[in-house]
Write a protein that binds this ligand. Structure first.
Ligand code: GAL
Length: 715
């Protein structure tokens, strides 16, 4: 089949581009001069004999690497005893980096406190719910409320920033390492929590209302009565979902404050050309990543996808979240480089697999790429977390593949500069909903992220890309918005979604949406609350289909679906009993007691359409069928419909659009593509279709004909 690259297909792209923000700090930092892109490795000079340093740097340069991240766990080396600082060892390595014209990202070393600190200031170690302290020797085991830890951590950052502010190799800073998961339950954290909630709620009457303390006699008469909420559901310490949500916000903010304090120090000491970033963890959800991204110049993240011949959907979604939290491209700070694991290790990436993992991220907005790690360590916990080089330090197959990627990236850099994704689809990703559903599941295993994945994966299979947005974001540039399990929905955000539909947008939402307000209290309304008119439904009853303590006894309802093909689907895990008010019924449950209720509805509202899915289906084809209907309703035609196991995205700017096609399988894959276009990686022009090798990648330039006839950047 011939796919002509019609203006009709490209037009939405160009429209989206013209309404997108032009500002991109990432371009400034990550495409220095517009013609280079950072590609390199995470390196630990302290793990290797000094005589080896230069060999390593030489090999890195030979592979085409131009950047190295160092120092992130080196606090005890910089400050061997309290107040005594020593940067000589790293200075010596930096001299060699200078000699080999290597750029450097410095990691601040605060994720691991020195032993002397833990010994002298035992309260710097976090406290567990049972009152015991974390034992020193791991990572990320500090209490953020401990003033000694904070003072000493910020001092070592200040000393580092002063020392390296003018070093010619330094281009930027990674603050700490993978912040998240802190849950210290000491009295200092409790006191800090009290101050935060006092500030948030101003009066005891207000906190009593917001936390619903008239339940179980939890009324508070003094701010000092506020405890740390239970750490587990079912604990008989204060077990109050509203308090727990505020505690989650508090621990998230502790990390953000710590990061902000470090960013302020670095910006105060270093020239503005130094970027400040942090290595995020994709779909990790203990910190509000929208807020964590705010003090940074751009987001970086650590990508460790499952290995093997299948689409690692979560890595695509995580990349989109990373692009979405700051509405900007991102850097890969740690990228899988070999078999991984702390105790047992995984598959070895097969030939081509590392390369396609990199391109998957590039396709979703990565503007640079750093492998974790350079060489597999011979000591410590990560002896089996393999690097590009094995324990033996020899140039290996993985090293050569990484070198190929580095060369290709440099050739692609001028084309990539200033491009990003401009999808017509958005997905609402909301930390309040993530957290509230963790605190109180509702039905067993309910999860905002898992709900998103059901639709996201289907979108990806359909060849459509999505932006990740907040419920309060301006949605006007999108045609189709997904809001699955949007459990916490403030009234202004519900109005935002309703207006989006009224003005012509297509909205999909599903189970457990709009159940809670921002303080995690259930609305005293018929579901789906303020979204009822836009969706044309009311939900008077609902049920969890898994029973028993472990949720193993399962009821299922066959689905009577109309307009979703002939497949017989089963509703599992949860069922809304939907009464349509104005919506059309797309599917019902095949159960006598549910014959009057809908499972899936579609409603015309204003100029748009509101869809509601009231259950979960154990067959991905259901989501493929729903997504196909939604794309049709929204008048979105993906440029390419990828075959199974192949992923496509489009990165574009005002002058060019680059179609990425990535084969995640270990078999050749053929896909129809626009013809007569340059394939930037092969140097050939496309026919009506292309065949990708196992783990193969193509980047096809979809630009105006005049430009397309110009020279290719890869000969
Ligand atoms: C990451 C971390 C690295 C390293 C790696 C392998 O999460 O940032 O420092 O530990 O995992 O375990």
């Amino acid at each position: 089949m011939k796919i002509a690259l019609s203006f009709a297909l490209l037009q939405p792209l160009l429209i989206a581009i013209s309404s997108a923000s032009a500002e991109s700090l990432a371009d400034e930092f990550l495409f220095p001069g517009g013609n280079t892109i950072y590609v390199g490795v995470d390196y630990y000079p302290e793990h290797w004999p000094e005589e080896r340093w230069e060999t390593d740097l030489r090999m890195m340069r030979k592979a085409g690497f131009n950047i190295v991240r160092v120092a992130e766990f080196s606090w005890v080396l910089f400050e061997p005893s309290e107040g005594t600082f020593d940067f000589d060892w790293l200075d010596r390595w930096m001299e060699l980096a200078k000699k080999h014209e290597m750029k450097v990202i410095l990691g601040t070393p605060t994720a691991i406190m020195p032993a002397w600190l833990a010994k002298k200031y035992p309260e710097a170690l976090s406290q567990k719910a049972d009152g015991t302290r974390t034992v020193w020797g791991g990572r990320r085991h500090n209490c953020f409320a401990d003033q000694d830890y904070r003072r000493l951590a910020l001092r070592v950052v200040e000393k580092m920033a002063e020392h390296y502010a003018n070093h010619p190799c330094v281009v930027g800073w990674q603050i700490d390492n993978e912040l998240g998961g802190n849950d210290c339950r000491c009295v200092k954290c409790q006191e800090a929590f009290r101050l935060v909630v006092k500030d948030r709620y101003s009066s005891l009457d207000e906190i009593n209302r917001a936390w619903g303390t008239h339940f179980w006699g939890q009324r508070l008469h003094d701010w000092k009565e506020i405890p740390i909420p239970a750490d587990r559901v079912g604990d008989w310490a204060i077990s109050n979902p509203s308090a727990s949500l505020d505690w989650q916000r508090f621990t998230s903010q502790q990390s953000i404050d710590f990061l902000t304090a470090q960013a302020d120090i670095i910006r105060g000491k270093c020239p503005p050309s130094h970027f400040v970033t942090h290595n995020f963890m994709g779909l990790h959800a203990s910190i509000d990543y929208y807020a964590l991204a705010r003090p940074l110049d751009f987001v970086s993240w650590d990508n460790y996808p499952p290995l093997g011949p299948a689409i690692p959907y979560d890595s695509s979604l995580a990349a989109d979240v990373m692009r979405g939290v700051k509405k900007q491209n991102f850097l890969i700070m740690e990228q899988t480089a070999g078999p991984l694991g702390w105790s047992v290790f995984s598959l070895n990436p097969k030939p081509g697999e590392l390369r396609k993992i990199c391109y998957q991220q590039l396709a979703h907005g990565a503007d640079g790429q750093i492998w974790f790690r350079w060489r597999t360590c011979t000591v410590g916990r990560e002896q089996y977390w393999h690097g590009l080089l094995g324990h033996d330090g020899k140039a290996s197959r993985r090293y050569r593949e990484a070198a190929q990627v580095a060369t290709e990236y440099q050739e692609l850099a001028p084309k990539l500069a200033g491009t990003t994704l401009h999808p017509q689809v958005a997905i609402i990703y909301d930390y309040n909903s993530l957290w509230a559903l963790q605190i109180q599941n509702g039905y067993p295993g309910a999860s905002h992220a898992e709900a998103i994945k059901r639709y996201y994966n289907a979108l990806l299979r359909a060849g459509a890309n999505a932006d990740i947005v907040r419920p309060s974001d301006d949605l006007s540039k999108y045609k189709l918005v997904f809001a699955p399990h949007l459990h916490v929905l403030a009234d202004p955000d519900a109005q935002n979604l309703s207006k989006f539909v009224e003005r012509g947008g297509v909205l999909l939402t599903d189970c457990r949406t709009a159940v809670k307000d921002e303080t995690n209290l259930a609305y005293a309304r018929t579901l789906p609350g303020l979204l009822s008119p836009a969706l044309g439904i009311e939900i008077s009853e609902y049920e969890s289909l898994r029973q028993g303590i472990d949720g193993t006894t399962e009821t299922t309802y066959p689905l009577l679906a109309t307009g979703l093909g002939d497949v017989r689907y089963n509703a599992v895990r949860y069922a809304d009993w939907i009464s349509p008010t104005s919506a059309d019924v797309i599917a019902r449950y095949d159960a006598p007691h549910l014959k009057d209720f809908a499972a899936l509805t579609r409603n015309k509202y204003g100029d748009g359409i509101g869809w509601y899915v009231g259950t979960i289906i154990d067959d991905p084809r259901f989501y493929d069928a729903v997504v196909a209907r939604l794309l049709a309703d929204a008048n979105i035609t993906p440029i390419v419909k990828p075959p199974a196991g192949v992923e496509v995205t489009v990165r574009s700017n005002e002058v060019t659009a680059l179609l990425f096609a990535i084969n995640h399988t270990n078999q050749p894959a053929t896909l129809n593509v626009p013809s007569h276009r340059p394939n930037l990686l092969s140097g050939e022009r496309t026919e009506d279709s292309i065949t990708l090798a196992p783990f193969g990648v193509a980047i096809i330039e979809l630009e105006a004909a005049a430009k397309a006839s110009g020279p290719l950047s890869v000969p």
